[in-house]
Structure formats: structure tokens, C-alpha cells
Design a protein. Structure first.
Length: 213
């Protein structure tokens, strides 16, 4: 589960750093935000950051682990999380974490519907064109910064994974500061809180971390 939410956070970083593509049709204001999303962090080529994660499970096994590690990102789409210690349960959660591609790829992979824009946030619904476990993904984007503030993955079996995040601005780039999430799957229920610090931007990344993630 620690790897799951860390990967979700890194997915948001990929969303911020994608190249331009045609915006989906629908709500005009939300479509404009979609175009702006792809210009966020245009100069951010890579980063590494310290990561701390707290997990509280609901149901057996009752565990509340805390882990520390490092998160890595490199354009266009490489991401990894390396924990100093990893509980035995973490490996099984890697199998269930959902991934969301950068917005530039959305029209090729999803039927994208801009739902609404209330002047503060824009909402999108993504339905994967190829059949899978996830029924749809609901994405909320801040109008002002064009950054993703929350995502909800709705599974066909009734399960959900949702999370929200806050950002800090570092050298003109929006980077994740904190994230909270909730896993509500038929076989697993948990709350997860993570925080990122000590960012190092546009630094060389050891490619070995991506091979072992």
C-alpha cells in the first residue's frame, strides 16, 4: 500500500510534465484547463525527494506501519519509489495500484469527458477504451494552478481508491507537499498519509532505481 500511494503521487508528477495534445471536447472551461495542465512544470526534467508514509489499515491484518524512502522522477515517464525498509505486504499492493497516464495520452486511451468547471475547480471523467477492472476515473483540477487536486478510481466490483494532495512551489515548479488517501477495496481498507520534502530538481538520476522499482 505504501508503494501504491507513492506511485499514485508520482503519477501526478507525470501528469504535470506531459506534452501538448488536442483537448477533449465538452465543457469549454474545463477543456481550457486541460490544455493548461500540460504546460505546468515544463522545465522540470527530473527530481528526487524524501518520502514519509503512514498507513492505517481497517480490518485484518491490523497494522499501522510508517516508512521512509526516496521518490524519483525523470521525463518523460519514469518514476520509482525506494523505501529504506518494506513490509512483506507491500509487494501485493503493487499489483492493485491504478496508474493514470499523462493528459497528452488521455484521448488515445480514454473517452474523456470534461464534466464541469465552477470557476474554482474543473472536473473530468475518464473511461478506459480497453476493458479492465476500473470502471472510470474522476479527476479534479485546480483552475488557478492547473494541478490535479484529487483523483478517484472507481472499480467495477464496487471498490474505490481516492486521494487528495497539496502542493508547494519550488523554483517555479509545482511539487507534491502532502497527500492523503483512502483505499476501499473488497479485500482491503486503509488510510494513507504521505509527505514529500528535500526536493532536488533537475538532477541526474541513477537509472538503476527505475529498474528495481
Amino acid at each position: 500500500m505504501l508503494a501504491l500511494f507513492a506511485r499514485l503521487t508520482l503519477t501526478v508528477a507525470l501528469i504535470a510534465g506531459s506534452i501538448a495534445a488536442d483537448a477533449p471536447t465538452g465543457n469549454a472551461d474545463a477543456s481550457a484547463v486541460y490544455a493548461r495542465m500540460q504546460r505546468v512544470n515544463a522545465a522540470l526534467k527530473s527530481y528526487q525527494a524524501d518520502l514519509h508514509v503512514d498507513v492505517t489499515t481497517h480490518g485484518f491484518p491490523f497494522i499501522s506501519p510508517s516508512l521512509d524512502g526516496k521518490a524519483y522522477f525523470q521525463q518523460p515517464d519514469k518514476s520509482a519509489v525506494v523505501f529504506e525498509t518494506v513490509p512483506a505486504l507491500a509487494s501485493q499492493f503493487k499489483k492493485v495500484y491504478p496508474q493514470l497516464e499523462p493528459p497528452a495520452e488521455w484521448p488515445e486511451i480514454y473517452d474523456v469527458t470534461p464534466i464541469a468547471d465552477d470557476g474554482t475547480t474543473a472536473q473530468f471523467r475518464l473511461v478506459r477504451k480497453k476493458n479492465g477492472r476500473i470502471d472510470h476515473v474522476d479527476v479534479t483540477v485546480d483552475d488557478r494552478s492547473a494541478t490535479v487536486t484529487s483523483m478517484a478510481y472507481i472499480y467495477k466490483d464496487g471498490g474505490t481508491i481516492s486521494f487528495q494532495q497539496t502542493y508547494a512551489v519550488l523554483n517555479g515548479n509545482y511539487v507534491i507537499k502532502s497527500q492523503t488517501g483512502k483505499v476501499d477495496l473488497p479485500a482491503y481498507h486503509a488510510d494513507v498519509a504521505s509527505s514529500f520534502s528535500n526536493y532536488k530538481l533537475n538532477v541526474p538520476i541513477d537509472q538503476g532505481v527505475f529498474a528495481t522499482d
